[in-house]
Design a protein around this ligand. Sequence first.
Ligand code: SAH
Length: 552
Amino acid sequence: MGGVTPAIIILGQGSLTTARRIQAALPGAVIHGLSGRVEGADQTYAEFGSTLREFYQRNTPIVALCAAGIVIRSLASLLVSKRAEPPVLAVAEDGSAVVPLMGGLSGVNDLARLIASGLGVKPAITTSGEIRFSATFEQAPKGYSVANPQATKSFMSNLLAGKGLFIEGDAPFLDRSRLSHDPDGALRLTVTPHMRDPQPDQLVYHPHCVVVAATGNWDRIPDLLSGYYLSPLSVAYVAQSEAASVFGSWPVRLVPGTPSPLDMVRQAVADPVNIYDDGAVAIAVARSPQDVALIGHPRGRLAVVGLGPGAPDFQAPAVKAELSKAGHIIGYETYVTMAGPFRPDQVVHASDNRVEMERSRHAFTLAAQGEHVVVVSSGDPGVFAMATAVIEALHQSDDPVWHGVELVILPGISAAQSAAAKAGAPLGHDFCVLSLSDNLKPWEVIETRLELAAKADLVLSFYNPVSKARPWQLGRALEIVRAHRSGEVPVVLGRDVGRPAETMIVTTLAALRPEQVDMRTVVIIGSSATQTFPRADGGVWTYTPRWYGERV
Ligand code: SAH
């Protein structure tokens, strides 16, 4: 289930009792009721199809109390890749049937069993191997990796065809299945931390029972492992001191203080089968994944994400996934609200818009403790927004723990792009983006840039065009532009673009009045090449051709 708690979605009041029984079997799951139809749900939603799609895209397990067909039709447009899907189940409103629909690789059948046992019914499992053997090979059990996953399908087919199974090593994940050891079995299932070349008809499982600790020198780890014939897939995690900031592809645990590698692996594996130590790297092999203790904390993650203009449809799936996995959400109140709703286990830190550096440092402080933090910006986080502040805070810090945080910036659709798309294609040729705010730069710099950009005949987009504290700046900016550009050039004013209160105005540079503009507006001023013509619906198309002067 990827650690994400399921969403139980109901359409009518009559389903609430069943939903509560399911919730009792899935602690943490949130019941979402159709607004106006259901009272007493944990949360409400407005529209079934889009809500379902949003959960799906956020990788949230979905338990829908309605006909399977409705669920399938609602998600049909999204069902492209088999690998990336959350569990999706339909449950009869009276709780009499539990039908796993999608998410075979993300544990839908386990979820179906859990819900069905809570409801006292049998789950409608349809996967053939699962039915015969109560086992699956396609999805490695928690704590194990399969060395040759491409062989799992034919392995299962051969089992279904009646071939016997020879189990080599300790396979506790088969305990609850109907598969047992056959000393003459032609199919071999091997469980070992050691490297193996899988033979035909063999599946090799590597238990995550190896703990490596290093002082930061990851380069040597692969060679050391292979020197001991240990598979890289058996590594549960690499432990290092909190201050180390070197990372590779294995999960990391960061341990406070300055423990030696040997201390760390001893702490992680109380009763090792083997232990190796050369001072800089130590390796301990435990008997099973269950014998490995998690020491320290994971490497924190800090993502600065762009929410786009507002509507969830214009948000990148990567941003949605990040938001659903985050433990902490930080940002200006309006944007945090736009990014929600969040689950009760997610901590929301909404703040005033002005304290960007403070907010960035707060984000790093949390991430340095191993938390998963998301900082939200509207539009693109790198355009007059939080990404810069976050990276600047890092640049100013010499704390190795901050530098060890996994920092990612996920882009969004910026206001000028959203407004341009609504208007046509005014940014189709060279353009420049300017903030008219002199809070963070001297007004003379803005004037110089405006003058040069206007002279260069670039299409101009103005962000932060006016505010209560900056009433005259836009008027002055227009004076400068008008000195270099015909009053006939088209101007696009996009206000609250992509939000419910959106308005779009197309006017000309001569006719534009500063009163038409506020801080929720992005202003696009055309170049000498920008064109307009009427739209069939009564509006106006605006565009800047890609050719310049003579058509080539
Ligand atoms: N990071 C944001 C910009 C933040 S600066 C982005 O990439 O869009 C804030 C300015 O952006 C506002 O003063 C306004 O000029 C513009 N803006 C942001 N969202 C907008 C929207 N939905 N409609 C119109 N303008 C918007």
